[in-house]
Write a protein that binds this ligand. Sequence first.
Ligand SMILES: [Zn+2]
Length: 333
Amino acid sequence: MSIEYEKDWRRIVLYGRNTASYKFALARALLKISADTQGEVSMEELALPFSKEITRHIGICDTQSTNANSQFLNACRAYNQGEVDDEHLLDRALHLGFKNVIGAFHYVDSGNVQTQFFDDQRKIKGKLVLTDEFYVLASSIQKSNLLEEVEARWRLVEAAWALKLPSRLLNVDYNNEKQELFIQTRLRRVNLTSARSALDGYQMGRCFYCRTPIQVLGEGSAHSEVDHFFPWVLMKRGFDINLDLLWNLVLACKDCNRGSSGKFERIPARKYLKRLHHRNEALIKSHKPLRETLMNLSGPHSADREIFINEVYKTALDYMNPNPWTVDEVEVL
Ligand SMILES: [Zn+2]
């Protein structure tokens, strides 16, 4: 069942609507302290790890809420300026920081996700009781991916808030050399996050093609690689569509990307096109800024976007010998 827990956790992180970044801070703090907890965590124990996630992010991007006036965020700013100490920050988190985030944590779309990762027992015990489901997640091989995914989603959301661009100008670009996402405004380039961290959650931490678990961090055999679904080489051959954009980027394991029977510069079999469409629709379910990026490029409706990638597929075969690549898949339990 751990796959269901992973799905629900990722729904919270990727699809929850946010008016402040507190949910991301709570998600990261819980994962980070999980090894030091035994079934429960007091609000005092949680307050500093939670707050320091936010102070760290304020150091990257000052906009951490859609509401400009937040006493808690002001306390975090004062902490970064050296004006207040840990004790004050902890006090402010206890009184202000947890106000809404605990109750809203599991809420996505129109209700709570099925899996509960903690039980709010603040009134009775002054604690959160962490569930077995949470510990399954926190001890799984996906833990490091989940931490990175929260971080990436957080960077995207805060940048979108800070830039305040109209939807038609909110486009996330990709730097192929650094494998990083960025937004180019008229005045500057805003670096966002690694493409691997940003895309991993939408593939459930698994290779897009063979479904084997992959890792965002590290350099081992499970290390994920950014693959251009439609190979980059098409552009060299005069293909007139920018393939260096999110809709065309997936994460693959090393074997699928460039192993002995890897994909390399081939076009994947048509059956993967449907999967790419579903993956792109998952990106669109995330509100700012991935949604806007994909809609601006390939249309406002799902049907438009499906036509778009089908047209690209048809045209791509004119540029390349039709030798569509495929691979065996592992079962995802
Ligand atoms: Zn693979």
